[in-house]
Design a protein around this ligand. Sequence first.
Ligand code: NAD
Length: 505
Amino acid sequence: MTDTAIAPEATEKVTLPDALLFIDGELRGAEGGKTYDIISPWTGEFVGKAADASAADVEAAIAAARKAFDTTDWSTNVAKRVELVTKLRDLFRGAYDRLGDLAVHEAGASRGSVPRAHVGMAMDGWDDYLRVFEGVEWEKDYGNKFGYGYESKRVAVREPVGVVAAITPWNVPLYVNIGKVVAALLAGCTVILKPAPNTPGGGAIFGELAKEAGFPAGVLNVVFGEDPALAGELLTSDPRVDNVSFTGSTAVGKRIMENGAATLKRVFLELGGKSAKIVLDDSPSFAQDILTTMLVYHAGQGCAVQSRLLVPRSRYEEAKAILKAGYEGLGENWGDINDPSHMMGPVISKRQQERVLNYIQIGKDEGATLLHGGNARPDKGGGFFIEPTVFVDVTNDMRIAQEEIFGPVLVVIPYEDDEDAIRIANESAYGLSGGVNGSFDRALNIAKRIRTGSVGVNNGMCISGDIPFGGYKASGIGREWGVDGIEEYTEVKILAWPTGAVQAA
Ligand code: NAD
C-alpha cells in the first residue's frame, strides 16, 4: 500500500482528517483497508475515520522499528536526533489549531481547556525536553580501583534501550504521547506509538509530521485499532521490543508487566491515582483552597487530579457551604463546545459515562451525601455529559474514596488532626500526587509524609516538562519528563580498562 488516504465513505459530518498508520516511513491504511469510526464525546456521533491495524500491521511496525534501531545511525547520531526532534516540534507548533481540534473532537476537551494540558502545556513539555536534554549524563567517570592486583579505570556510558513501545490513554493524548515519544527519540530509541482507540488522530499526526520532517524510515511508527488490546498484547510480548512505556489504568499496567515478564521487558508504568488534597485549619485562603478543588477541568479525567478533598472536622460545615455555593455558582457554565470559557465538557465515551454514573450510585448506596450534581445530562447534547458532582460525609473506606472514578466526582472527607489527615491521605492503593494547603512549615512537613510521587504545597505546580513525574505504589514505576524521563529510555554500560598500575604483592 502507498501513501493513500482511506477510501472515504464520508458524510458531511466528518470534521477530522482520516487517521492513518505510519509504518516504516509510509503513511497508510490498515491491511485490507479496514477502518473504524471515531465517535465525538460531544455528540456521540461519527466524527472521523481511523485505520484499524491488524496483527500483520503491528508486526510490520515492530520489524521496522527493530531494523531502524539495528541498522541506522539513529542510536548514535545525537546531532541528527536533536535536529529532527526540533524540526518535528516546530511542525507541531505550526499545527496548533489542528491539535486543538483533535483534543476537542476526539478527547472531548472543552475549548477553554486546550491551552492547558491538552495542547499548550504539552507543547511546553516538548520545549522542556529539548532544553533538559543537555543535562543527560551520557558518561560518568567512576575513577580508578585496584582489583585482582591491577588498577582499572571505570567509566559508565548510557546507551539507548532499543525499540520502545509507547502505549497511551485517551484523556490527555498529546501530553502523554509527547511525554513518551519525544523522550525515547531523544534518548536514541526507535519507537512504536500505540494511542488509545478513542484518540487515533492524536497519534496519527505524529506519523504525518514525522514524514514531513524527514525522519528515517522505521525510527517512529504509529499503529492503532478499534480493539483496545490487540496491538498492545503483541507489543508487550514480542522479543524485538525492548521497552514498554505505558500510561493508562492500573489493571492494564499489571497485565503489561505480566505479559512483559516472559521477555524481561523494561517496563515503565504511569497508572491511576486517587490523590488527596489536605486543607489545614490555619490556611489563610481556606475558601479559595476548597473552591480550586472543584473537579471540573476535563470532567475530572486526569490521573493526577485531587479527587479526595480532606477537610478539618472543625471546619467541615463551613467547607460544605463553600462547595455548595461554588458548584451552584458554576451553574450551567460547562458543557458548551462553542464557549471558550468552559473548562468542562463530556466524558470520553458511553462506557465511561456508565462507569461514572455507576460510581455515583455506589456513593449513594454507601451512605455518602450527594451535595451537588450526580446526573447524566442528555440536554447538553447527544454526547456523554455528567454533572459536576460532589459527595460529602465520605469516609475513606468507601469505594468512592478508594477507587479511581475518572470523572467529575469529588469526595470530601473530614479529618481530626494532622496525623489523621496524613493517615487518610496515605490509606490508598495509589500514590500519584496530592496537595497540602495551610501555614507553610506545617504544610511542608505534612507534604513530606505523603507517600506519592508529587505533592503541591499551597498550590505549587509540581507537574511540568522539566521535572520528573510518576507514582508510588499502584500509581506506577519509573518517571516521565525531565532528565529522568529521558534516562528511563537508556541502559547503563560499564567500560573498564587497565591503567598499567599494579599492586605490590
Ligand atoms: P487503559 O488502561 O484502558 O488503556 C490505556 C492504553 O492501553 C490504551 O492505548 C489501550 O488500548 C491499551 N491497552 C488496553 N489493553 C491492553 C493490553 N492488554 N495490553 C497492552 N495495552 C493495552 O486506560 P484508559 O482508559 O485509556 O485511560 C485511563 C486511565 O489512564 C486511568 O486509569 C488514568 O488514571 C490513567 N492515566 C494515568 C496517567 C499517569 O500519568 N499516571 C496519565 C493519564 C491517564
